[in-house]
Design a protein around this ligand. Structure first.
Ligand SMILES: Nc1ncnc2c1ncn2[C@@H]1O[C@H](COP(=O)(O)OP(=O)(O)OP(=O)(O)O)[C@@H](O)[C@H]1O
Ligand SMILES: Nc1ncnc2c1ncn2[C@@H]1O[C@H](COP(=O)(O)OP(=O)(O)OP(=O)(O)O)[C@@H](O)[C@H]1O
Ligand SMILES: [Mg+2]
Ligand SMILES: [Mg+2]
Lengths: 256, 256
């Protein structure tokens, strides 16, 4: 069965896109068939995977609003086993357009159910908000992965985010489960990181991945080359951490 | 005349809230009367200024949707000369509620015009999106300040953001001017920062502030104490940079 994973956090700049791209690449490198859906109008996941802006005519907007088929909007990437549904600026109008649809929260779910899914994993990169785009991702998904930057504001917003996830589970999608929280941009020289990590593990225990993604300059250089860090520099600390995360993620799937 | 400044960038985590809080505090420390309006449902600016969550009943939501007066929703902060209109979770529903109002882009502008403004500066902290909350800020403001993290994804989104600002200027608010772009979280050990800084200065020249805000751990520690970094540690590199920025900002105001 295809696992559909929404990568969500309304706090901005916490590593959602970076996690979506590199976790997907790491999974694909183990032989899995993986699809990334870019549901952020900024299109960072499309850029980070090297999809030329001119090749984004068919996009996640068409999936949500024009009822295009998944096959029509899926593009290949240079990474074997990894495909992408890119996004473009049309998507920035989608939140308003979705308001008028009766099934506005279910559009993505319906689009994915119609498709003949040949993927092992589908990862959905969400914008930094809890609007209809993110709600569509949460309604279509069966797992939620929350990247959490080791910073105070990110920690402060976490309990509200988890309440929203529960609300979607109760009202729109009973199959939705929180798969886990992954700490990102961890800097061992910064006490605040330890405090945040300790605090989150105390409250959420098992739900927090053991793998912690370190702050690593190679990770932030990779997007300017249109490559996941696993391709840009597979030996760096960031790449190794994302490989570990993929391993831990797939092991958790086996036991849930 | 009151200068109303929208602090805007749809890219998440680039330092909008940190800039709003610390620029406002630095301005207030020179004897100016300053107001911060928290227009982000996350409420990070309210937290960073030490506003207790229980004291946020009257909020920017009431200003936009319930037509409350500015006086009703303004709270004092421990910082002399600095007041705040806090935000709370009601605001997360505002984007959808605003869709049905005829004057949906002008609600904040109308609310501020009705008030007897005794402030020298009003800074509006915006969420990481270009929805109705940010459009309301751009329509009410006469200046736009764009914090830009020295990272590739942040740079990629800048030209689109500036197009939106121009569109608001042409269609909704002819008094809107881009005051400047401030580089944030600059780390001199990271080559990418130099490349981004060079690239932005090449394309936007004078519009880029000379003051660059360094990445400084004291800045990210301050919010957990409910204080601006200028109060938490006024001697650190982050505080000094924000004081310089305030000086540069106020000088630019004199010449525009
Ligand atoms: N482990 C890391 N080490 C260093 N830099 C990182 C790391 N993870 C992400 N970054 C950088 O931090 C910035 C924010 O990350 P990213 O864009 O993935 O976050 P996001 O949550 O998707 O942001 P948004 O809320 O805007 O969608 C990017 O410039 C990215 O390159
Ligand atoms: N100069 C700096 N040095 C170190 N950390 C910083 C600096 N500026 C901001 N930060 C930290 O980086 C994170 C992002 O900053 P901030 O929350 O101000 O960005 P934002 O653009 O308002 O985010 P959002 O898009 O979620 O509203 C915060 O945890 C903040 O404390
Ligand atoms: Mg992103
Ligand atoms: Mg903010």
């Amino acid at each position: 069965m295809t696992q559909i994973i929404a990568i969500v956090n309304n706090k901005g700049g916490v590593g959602k896109t970076t996690t979506a791209i590199n976790l997907a690449t790491a999974m694909a490198s183990t032989g899995k068939e993986v699809l990334i859906i870019d549901l952020d109008p900024q299109g960072n996941a499309s850029t980070g995977l090297g999809v030329d802006p001119a090749a984004r005519k068919n996009s996640s907007y068409d999936l949500l609003i024009r009822e295009a088929s998944l096959e029509e909007v899926t593009a290949v990437t240079p990474i074997p086993g990894l495909s992408v549904v890119p996004s473009n600026m049309d998507l920035s109008g989608a939140e308003i357009e979705l308001v008028d649809f009766d099934n506005r929260e279910y559009r993505l779910k319906v689009a994915l159910e119609k498709a003949s899914m040949t993927y092992d994993y589908v990862l959905i990169d969400c914008p930094p908000a809890l609007g209809f785009l993110t709600v569509n991702a949460l309604t279509a998904a069966n797992r939620v992965l929350v990247p959490l930057q080791c910073e105070f504001y990110a920690l402060e917003g976490l309990s509200h985010l988890l309440r929203i996830v529960n609300r979607v589970k109760r009202g729109l999608n009973p199959h939705l489960d929180l798969q886990g929280i992954v700490l990102t941009m961890y800097d061992k020289r910064n006490n605040l990181c330890d405090q945040v990590a300790e605090d989150v593990r105390e409250h959420l225990g098992e739900k927090v991945y053991e793998t912690v993604i370190p702050r690593n300059v190679r990770v932030s250089e990779a997007p300017s080359h249109g490559k996941p860090v696993l391709l840009y520099d597979h030996r760096c600390a960031g790449s190794r951490a994302y490989m570990h995360l993929a391993g831990e993620f797939m092991r958790r799937e086996k036991v849930i």
